[in-house]
Design a protein around this ligand. Structure first.
Ligand code: ATP
Length: 283
């Protein structure tokens, strides 16, 4: 089976400023792939290029084997997109928003009604189908966006910062929906600047910073590469990190220190690796 997403040497330049720089990665069918990076890293621009909304300046992007520049119609048929800014129509009802999207995709009437019902129930909005969207909470609007993106039965779902601005409980609920869709076989790419989101949801992670992909792999691969054990040293109000291949080595180092004040050993996590790679905290 061919890759669901293939990105090769992609660049995007806005007003002579490179915002995405030589990006290459692939996503296999059924994978849950996360692009992690701070604001301005180029994640939204990447998702916009992958979903045909912006053209790459150079390089090639294929979605389910279709080229985004030369076969955008075929690409649009096999992708669902949930953008960062809530894009549902506030002055229409929940059902009307779904109906409008279904018509745009030429889904025959009877099938359209069935699928709208099915997906609204799936995201637990069945009882709000006649409510105006402007009366929904942020979390409900996000769930409506997801239901709408799934209506034309895409193979790949793109989610740009899906839980930004949501309270912890609503975030958890969305995570469960995203995880469940992936369990059902949906290939997914999500962007986020939340470490816990990629740790919880994603099989593989690409870390972006300054338009570049600076690390790509699973969390376990990152920990193996950078070190699974960490010694932290408190110096004033900041912490200095030292990586070791495992906890035992980190403990041995600690025991050898004549002065253990402010020293602490623990397993490394994604945040430590991010700081190690970029020299700063994510948020
Ligand atoms: N249409 C545009 N014209 C000019 N510059 C742009 C445009 N869109 C994005 N940029 C710039 O590209 C850089 C990357 O932005 P992008 O939105 O892709 O980052 P991001 O990682 O998604 O961050 P955020 O989460 O804040 O959206 C930023 O410096 C941004 O100002």
């Amino acid at each position: 089976m061919s890759a669901a997403v293939t990105v090769e040497n992609v660049h995007k330049v806005y007003n002579k400023v490179p915002v995405v720089n030589d990006l290459s990665f692939t996503i296999e069918p059924g994978e849950m792939f996360g692009l992690l990076g701070p604001n301005g890293a180029g994640k939204s621009t990447t998702i916009r290029m992958l979903t045909t909304l912006t053209k790459p300046t150079s390089g090639s992007i294929k979605i389910a084997g279709y080229d985004v520049q030369y076969q955008p119609i075929q690409v649009k048929q096999c992708i669902g997109v949930v953008l960062q800014q809530v894009s549902v129509d506030n002055d229409l009802t929940v059902w009307e928003n779904m109906e409008f999207h279904g018509r745009l995709h030429h889904i025959p009437n009877r099938e359209r009604q069935e699928r709208i019902k099915q997906w609204l129930n799936y995201v637990e909005l069945g009882d709000r189908q006649d409510s105006l969207v402007k009366t929904l909470s942020g979390g409900m609007k996000r769930r409506l966006q997801i239901a709408r993106a799934l209506l034309h039965q895409p193979d790949i779902l793109f989610l740009d910062e899906p839980t930004v601005g949501l309270d912890p409980q609503t975030r958890r609920r969305l995570w469960e929906i995203i995880k469940d869709l992936n369990r059902q076989g949906m290939t997914m790419l999500l962007t986020t600047h939340y470490m816990d989101e990629v740790e919880y949801l994603c099989d593989r992670i690409g870390i972006m910073d300054g338009g570049k992909l600076i690390e790509l792999g699973t969390l376990n691969q990152f920990r193996e590469k950078h070190g699974e054990g960490l010694v932290m040293k408190q110096i004033g109000d900041r912490w200095e990190y030292k990586f070791f291949s495992d906890i035992a080595e980190a403990n041995t180092y600690l025991e050898q220190q004549p002065d253990k004040t402010g020293l602490m050993v623990r397993p490394s996590n994604l945040e430590d690796i991010f700081v190690e790679l970029t020299g700063r905290q994510l948020d």
